[in-house]
Write a protein that binds this ligand. Structure first.
Ligand SMILES: [Zn+2]
Length: 243
């Protein structure tokens, strides 16, 4: 897609012999092994996109293209332009280049691409990205897209309520506002109850997340009217208990 760039910082200077430590030596060493030893050096602006960010963005654009069956480089080139345009429309950013945009735009673009992949069910090829992707955000996106948070399956996805010890099916357990929620397929939902929540979260490294009222409404998990009914019910109950 574009000339590879590498990033590093100066470790020592002895007259004209300058030693750099390179951030991602693995990909650079491929070129070195081919005998490519001449590089241009440019000073890095602290606020500018980093090499790792650029590689992540290109890697995700490539994944999206591959998922659509693209093979030719002009197809990927056009996809990059289209994706950047829809990102700018969505966020209000002015058009930018991945060679020198700010690192804040790059961060937002990568998050947007991750969400797009999530929405379209495109697997991430960039292994590190899964680790940098915020776990709570993943739990939230799985609730939004009704995917199992463990395996990504979209069939028979159920919403599990954490913190429901001994509540059974009573009214309180239907009030989603009181619980951390997570989307699980029936297999992993059963596994959660078999292992119990504590061991399940130790195994899969996530917990449910609490949603705000507006999020519950927009995901159609609750209506404003239901919330009002729960509130009326609990205040009338308090009154009943107090009298
Ligand atoms: Zn599952």
């Amino acid at each position: 897609m574009e000339n590879e760039r590498y990033e590093g910082h100066v470790v020592s200077v002895k007259k004209d012999l300058v030693t750099f430590r390179i951030d991602e030596i693995d990909s650079m060493s491929k070129l070195l092994k081919k005998g490519r030893i001449h590089f241009d050096l440019t000073e890095h602006e602290p606020e500018q996109i980093t090499g790792i960010q650029r590689r992540k963005a290109y890697s995700m654009i490539r994944d999206i293209g591959v998922a659509q069956g693209y093979e030719q480089s002009y197809e990927f080139q056009k996809l990059k332009v289209d994706l950047k345009e829809s990102f700018c429309r969505k966020t209000g950013y002015a058009s930018f280049s991945l060679s020198n945009c700010s690192k804040y735009i790059a961060t937002d673009l990568i998050s947007w691409l991750v969400e797009l992949c999530f929405f379209e069910g495109i697997p991430f090829q960039f292994k590190d990205l899964v680790n940098t992707f915020d776990t709570e955000r993943r739990v939230f996106l799985c609730l939004v897209h009704k995917q199992c948070t463990v395996c990504g399956q979209t069939n028979n996805v159920q919403i599990n309520h954490e913190d429901t010890v001994g509540m059974g099916n009573d009214r309180k357990s239907l009030d989603h506002r009181n619980h951390r929620l997570e989307a699980l397929c029936s297999y992993h939902h059963l596994e959660l109850h078999r292992l119990r929540a504590k061991f399940f979260s130790n195994k899969y490294h996530f917990h449910g997340t609490k949603l705000r009222d507006e999020q519950l409404i927009s995901l159609k998990l609750m209506s404003r009217k239901q919330m009002q009914e729960f509130d009326d019910f609990s205040s009338s109950n308090k009154y009943f208990l107090a009298s």
